[in-house]
Write a protein that binds this ligand. Structure first.
Ligand SMILES: NC(=O)C1=CN([C@@H]2O[C@H](COP(=O)(O)OP(=O)(O)OC[C@H]3O[C@@H](n4cnc5c(N)ncnc54)[C@H](O)[C@@H]3O)[C@@H](O)[C@H]2O)C=CC1
Ligand SMILES: O=C(O)C(=O)COP(=O)(O)O
Length: 525
């Protein structure tokens, strides 16, 4: 039975959905890394929020795992390269909590502007310090948004409703999108120089880690207020502490910390700090949405092969998945056929799609063809890691969709170039769903690939088929199907023979001794 582990505090909807779809769901929140490592081998799926760290060590122990689902946005707690290497799909729910998180950033901005947490404490302590808590108005102030993606854009929209002037730094924000958002695109230095409030909404990456450091703070407007509802490590906490002390930063609102859970932190204790315990995504609405989305996405993938919001493989919609399935089988077989024939250094792979195949979402097909190709050469290859492995090994991969008419209604052709030669193999679907090889090295055949095959190339001479059949019969090899092709009378010929068991090397050597045989190979599919 398919089994999923829910390792963080997800809405109960997630477990319900898994169970409704026939997947066993274990909810085990608060496992230590060692506990998680010791049980993860029993699961096909792992659902997390930000607390569980899916490290390379955990992933190495996850021998059965196929998918990690993040009920939320940030995936910095998942070692994606390690997951990819092991062929595990990593998916998130990119929109489910963005409004909620943007609203938290706006709430934090108000909390800073009017010192609401400190005023609340003082008032409830019976102090009535009206003159201590004089705030600043937001209208007309400049809000600098660093990272204007899903959440940043919603913050921009809400801030405009408050009549703030919104400027943004985001290297990937297009001019058109900035115009649509009514946001002024600026450089990071301009943003630092002009903003009264700065709010961070980038992912944590090597490029964004510690971007708010002493050097950056020095470029900011004196008295700036900073809000971070993205990731703790975007800032250098020590530098912010110094800036709060000097007054360069007048207020700081943090929802996220370098080390979480932040039971203690060097910034704690300042009345200029407003802190929340990573609550950005924590509303009933957002949690319901992300739990539902992640469970649906993971169940779809585990049960149907549909891929939504994956960070390390191309998407396959639920409608496409059944249509792509026979093509996946064909692409895998073509790749595997070529891979089993390839013994020297692979240099390039070309995958061509003709007819109906050219109208499909071909990226997953290319990925599966690569997996088929690399599978016989390497351990643990699947469609998730095959494109990465090909890239790492400098194998040039090209994908071509032909709009020209084809002899076949649908055709996939794989051309593999090695140090020594180029070899191509093409296949189609008979009756819409049955994979058939129709061309090998330019020679037409019509072969269904069985579990065990014998592939022979020979010169087309009378008597060859009889001699081969006699030898196989004498050795007690049962022939299931026999397919022949030749480029012309007396020219190159091929035979693809389905046999009940894989032929051993001794028998292959004897087949190679039959006059006119060029090559004999046992293939398994
Ligand atoms: N506090 C919380 O509970 C939550 C925190 N988050 C955090 O918020 C982050 C952003 O989420 P979304 O807006 O949905 O992601 P997104 O991917 O839609 O937007 C991120 C934006 O950052 C930009 N960016 C990347 N590198 C940059 C750089 N060096 N400088 C400036 N901009 C850069 C990207 O171009 C993109 O537009 C997440 O990665 C996550 O870490 C998300 C949800 C809840
Ligand atoms: O979605 C995100 O990126 C978040 O940071 C939310 O984290 P959480 O699911 O609340 O632990």
């Amino acid at each position: 039975m398919t089994r999923v582990l829910i390792a963080d505090d997800l809405s109960p909807r997630a477990a319900e959905i898994f169970r409704e779809r026939g997947i066993e769901a274990d909810v085990k929140v608060g496992l230590s890394p060692a506990e998680l490592e010791s049980i993860i081998a029993g699961y096909d799926g792992l659902a997390v929020r930000s607390a569980t760290k899916a490290t390379a060590k955990i992933i190495a122990a996850a021998t059965r795992l196929k998918v990690i689902g993040r009920a939320g946005i940030g995936v910095d707690n998942v070692d994606i390269p390690a997951a990819t290497q092991r062929g595990i799909v990593v998916m998130n729910t990119p929109h489910g909590n963005s409004v909620t998180t943007a609203e938290h950033a706006i709430a934090m901005m108000f909390a800073l502007a009017r010192q609401i947490p400190a005023a609340d404490l003082s008032t409830q302590a019976g102090k009535w310090e009206k003159s201590r808590f004089v705030g600043v108005e937001l209208m007309g102030k400049v809000l600098g948004i660093v990272g204007c993606g899903n959440i940043g854009s919603i913050v921009a929209d809400r801030a405009q409703g408050l009549k703030m002037k919104v400027i943004a730094f985001d290297p990937y924000l297009s001019d058109d999108r900035a115009k649509d958002l009514n946001v002024e695109k600026v450089s990071l230095d301009q943003l630092f120089a002009r903003a009264d409030f700065i709010t961070l909404h980038t992912p944590l990456t090597d490029g964004t880690r510690h971007m708010i450091n002493a050097g950056a703070i020095a470029k900011m407007k004196p008295g700036v207020r900073i809000i971070n509802c993205a990731r703790g490590e975007l800032v250098v906490e020590e530098d912010l502490k110094a800036a709060l002390a000097s007054g360069q930063v007048a207020g700081l609102a943090l929802d996220v910390f370098a080390v979480e859970p932040a039971k203690s932190n060097l910034l704690f204790g300042s009345d200029k700090l407003v802190a929340t315990p990573h609550l950005g995504a924590s509303t009933a609405e957002a949690q319901e949405k992300v739990a539902l989305q992640v469970a649906e996405q993971m169940a779809d993938f585990l049960l149907t092969g549909a891929v939504t919001n994956a960070l390390n493989m191309p998407s396959v919609t639920a409608e496409e998945a059944p249509r792509l399935r026979p093509y996946m089988a064909l692409a895998q077989q073509l790749g595997s056929f070529a891979g089993q024939m390839t013994h020297s250094g692979l240099k390039a792979v070309k995958i061509e799609y003709e007819g109906h195949a050219a109208e499909l979402n071909t990226r997953p097909l290319t990925a599966v063809a690569l997996a088929g190709l690399l599978g016989p050469l390497l351990d643990s290859v699947n469609m998730v890691n095959a494109p990465v492995i090909a890239r790492e090994r400098n194998i040039e991969v090209s994908e071509i969709k032909h709009s020209r008419p084809s002899d076949y209604q649908t055709l996939i052709r794989l051309t593999v170039t090695t140090d020594r030669q180029s070899r191509d193999v093409a296949g189609t679907l008979f009756g819409g769903d049955k994979p058939r090889l129709v061309q090998i090295k330019g020679i037409a055949v019509e072969a269904e690939l069985g579990h065990h095959m014998l592939y022979v190339t020979n010169r087309d001479k009378p008597g060859f088929i009889g001699r081969l059949g006699t030898l196989l019969g004498a050795e007690g090899v049962n022939i299931a199907t026999f397919h022949l092709g030749r480029s012309g009378p007396g020219e190159d010929a091929i035979a693809l023979i389905e046999v009940d068991e894989r032929l051993d090397d001794a028998l292959l050597a004897r087949i190679r001794q039959i006059p006119d045989v060029v090559q004999a190979t046992a293939l398994s599919f």
